[in-house]
Ligand binder design. Sequence first.
Ligand SMILES: C[C@@](CO)(OP(=O)(O)O)[C@H](O)COP(=O)(O)OP(=O)(O)OC[C@H]1O[C@@H](n2ccc(N)nc2=O)[C@H](O)[C@@H]1O
Ligand SMILES: Nc1ncnc2c1ncn2[C@@H]1O[C@H](COP(=O)(O)OP(=O)(O)O)[C@@H](O)[C@H]1O
Length: 270
Amino acid sequence: MTTVDLLAPAKVNLCLHVTGQRSDGYHLLDSIVMFADLGDRIALAPAPAMALTVTGPRAAGVPDDARNLCWKAADRYGRAVSITLDKHLPAAAGIGGGSSDAAAVLRGLERMTGRPPAFDPLALGADVPVCMLGRAARMTGIGEGVEPLDLPPLPAVLVNPGIEVPTPSVFRALPSKHNPPLDPIPEGAAPGVLIDWLATQRNDLEPPARAQAPVIGAVLAALAPARLARMSGSGATCFGLCDSLTDAQALADAIQAAHPGWWVAAVTLS
Ligand SMILES: C[C@@](CO)(OP(=O)(O)O)[C@H](O)COP(=O)(O)OP(=O)(O)OC[C@H]1O[C@@H](n2ccc(N)nc2=O)[C@H](O)[C@@H]1O
Ligand SMILES: Nc1ncnc2c1ncn2[C@@H]1O[C@H](COP(=O)(O)OP(=O)(O)O)[C@@H](O)[C@H]1O
């Protein structure tokens, strides 16, 4: 076994329709997911026993024991390993930090051993299968349906106001659990066409998340100069899609200057 380093990219739900609910309470989703060129960094090294060190600017409050999804992923895979998680993404933020970390650990272990996981990654969390793919995809079912999509790279600004929004309470507060699925997706279209189409789709979790964290309204207002501003996942992180990375960086700089306490990043989604 050799040592491996991986990026665990931020996951962004460009739209997210809740189309039903299973008898076990999990919700059926129809969502377009893309990944940023920014995320947590994970280093894996062979070790006689499981070990986890959490470092980086967003390490505060992230568990560094068996509660961490990185640890759970390696444990489930059945391989003791030393993990360094360099945390850059805000936690409980709707950008899949924990899920992307878990998926990166599984991909890293597969690279180290040549053996894919012998269990269903969905068992670690509904977002883990799409994070295993790590590129633009349509996510269906509770997260087990993952179908790659041909979408253009999109410059974007990500903004998190520093409020943790717990996913279960947002799902619980949904007024309707049976909403229409996505309209036919314009695969292969130019960015402008995709953005115009996204403007006609929804994130059904946005109204209940805004009711619990009204600051999400202020984040969307700050992102208003973008071509389209929406919330990702169950919040509170929002994204604004821009025409260029230069535009995205300028908007990110302006938002950061006005809100020094917010987490702001200019990225490219793909
Ligand atoms: C909402 C989404 C959209 O991509 O993203 P986040 O806001 O978490 O980033 C995901 O479906 C979250 O995925 P993940 O965070 O892995 O979920 P899990 O750990 O499996 O579930 C956390 C809780 O969310 C609810 N849940 C999650 C997924 C789903 N399809 N239906 C649900 O009802 C359940 O209450 C569950 O107990
Ligand atoms: N590797 C990890 N990174 C961040 N949070 C983690 C991790 N492992 C477990 N957690 C726990 O999972 C919770 C949800 O975090 P996260 O996966 O970032 O949220 P979300 O699903 O909203 O994107 C956090 O409150 C944290 O306690």
